[in-house]
Write a protein that binds this ligand. Structure first.
Ligand code: AFP
Length: 314
C-alpha cells in the first residue's frame, strides 16, 4: 500500500502532528516547536550545572553564567534568525531586543528559568514563554496568540496552547515530545491551594479568603516554584495559586509580562480564570517590562470567590 498521509504522520513527533492537525498557523507551529526543542538544551544545562552560579570560573577559566542567563542565551540564540521572531524580551534582558530583521511575525517573552533558586534543592523549575502577534506592551488578550511552559521535574513536560485548548506533552527517551493530555479542562472548583507571600504581610481581604478555603478543607501545595505549583493546579484540574498584593508591596511579586500573561492564556484555554483579584490578567495593559501584579489563577470558583472577599475587604 502506498505511503498515504496516514502512514506519513506516524513519523512526525506528536507535538508537530498535534499542532498541524489543530490547524495552528505554519510559522507559529514551527516557532513553538523550536522553543520546545530548547527545553532539551536548557535541561542539559541544568543537569550539567555543578551548583555554582554566575561569577565562578569553569576549568577553562571562562566565567560560568548563572543558569538563568545560560537559559536566556540558549533561547535567544535559538530564536535569533529563526525567521519568525522580530523582538525578544526576557527577565534576563534589560530591554526588548530586536533579534530579527524587523519584518517577522512574532514577538516572544520569556522567563527562561523560573525558580532557579530551587535548583540546589533539586525541586522542579520551569521555563515560561509568551508569543505575541504585535507589540508585547499591550493587553494580553489582544496581543497574545500562544503560550507554553516547560517543567523540569522527574519528567520534562511541556504544556502549550495556540488558542485551541491546552495540551501536555512529555519528552520521551528518544527526545521527542509525545502527547500525554489533550484539551485539559479544569473542574468548576478544586481542592488544593498554593499561597505565596508571608501571612503577616497579607491584606485583610486575602486573609479572610484563605481562611474560607481552609475551613472548606483545601490542601496546601506550595514549592516556591511558580511553574510546578501552577502545573499542579492544571494537572489536578482545579484549585488556586495566588501570590497576592501585600501590605508593603501592593503589586505582589510576580511579573505580569513574563510569568502571569502566559499562564493566564493557558488557564483560560483550559476553562479556568486568572485575575489580579479584580480584573482579568489578560485585560491588563503592560506598561513596563518589570511590572508586577497580584495573581489569583485556577478554577473558576476559587478565583471568583477571591474577588468577592477582596471587594468586601480591600
Ligand atoms: P526565583 O526565580 O528567584 O527562584 O523566584 C521564584 C518566584 O519568582 C516564583 O517562581 C515563585 O512563585 C515565587 O518566586 C516564590 O516566592 P517566595 O519565595 O516569596 O514564596
Amino acid at each position: 500500500m502506498g505511503e498515504g498521509i496516514g502512514d506519513y504522520t506516524k513519523y512526525i513527533t506528536d507535538l508537530r502532528r498535534h499542532m498541524w492537525i489543530d490547524g495552528v498557523e505554519t510559522e507559529l507551529r514551527r516557532l513553538i516547536w523550536q522553543i520546545a526543542v530548547t527545553g532539551k538544551y536548557i535541561s542539559a544545562k541544568i543537569h550539567e550545572s555543578n551548583r555554582k552560579l554566575a561569577g565562578f570560573q569553569n576549568i577553562y577559566g571562562e566565567e560560568q553564567l548563572s543558569l538563568d542567563r545560560s537559559a536566556d542565551e540558549i533561547l535567544k540564540n535559538q530564536l535569533q534568525y529563526s525567521g519568525f521572531v522580530r523582538d525578544y524580551s526576557s527577565e534576563e534582558q534589560d530591554t526588548i531586543v530586536r533579534i530579527g530583521q524587523g519584518n517577522e511575525k512574532y514577538y516572544v517573552t520569556a522567563d527562561p528559568l523560573d525558580g532557579s533558586s530551587l535548583v540546589d534543592t533539586n525541586l522542579a523549575i520551569g521555563t515560561i514563554i509568551g508569543i505575541h502577534k504585535e507589540s508585547m506592551m499591550a493587553e494580553g488578550r489582544r496581543s497574545m496568540v500562544a503560550a507554553l511552559y516547560i517543567t523540569y521535574g522527574p519528567l520534562i513536560t511541556m504544556v502549550y496552547s495556540a488558542g485551541k485548548g491546552a495540551h501536555e506533552f512529555v519528552l520521551n527517551r528518544e527526545g521527542e515530545y509525545v502527547l500525554s493530555q489533550e484539551n485539559i479542562t479544569l473542574e468548576e472548583r478544586g481542592s488544593i491551594y498554593s499561597l505565596g507571600g508571608l501571612r503577616k504581610d497579607w491584606t485583610e481581604g486575602h486573609r479572610r479568603y484563605v481562611e474560607h478555603l481552609e475551613e472548606a478543607g483545601y490542601k496546601l501545595r506550595y514549592s516556591g516554584g511558580f511553574v510546578p505549583d501552577i502545573n499542579q493546579i492544571l494537572i489536578k484540574r482545579g484549585g488556586i495559586f495566588t501570590y497576592p498584593a501585600l501590605k508593603k508591596s501592593p503589586r505582589g511579586k510576580l511579573r505580569l509580562l513574563f510569568e502571569l500573561q502566559p499562564m493566564a492564556f493557558i488557564f483560560e484555554q483550559a476553562g479556568g480564570m486568572a485575575t489580579d483579584g479584580r480584573e482579568p490578567i489578560l485585560a491588563l495593559r503592560v506598561e513596563d517590562l518589570d511590572q508586577r501584579c497580584p495573581i489569583y489563577i485556577g478554577s473558576r470558583y476559587e478565583v471568583e470567590k477571591a474577588g468577592e472577599f477582596l471587594k468586601d475587604h480591600p
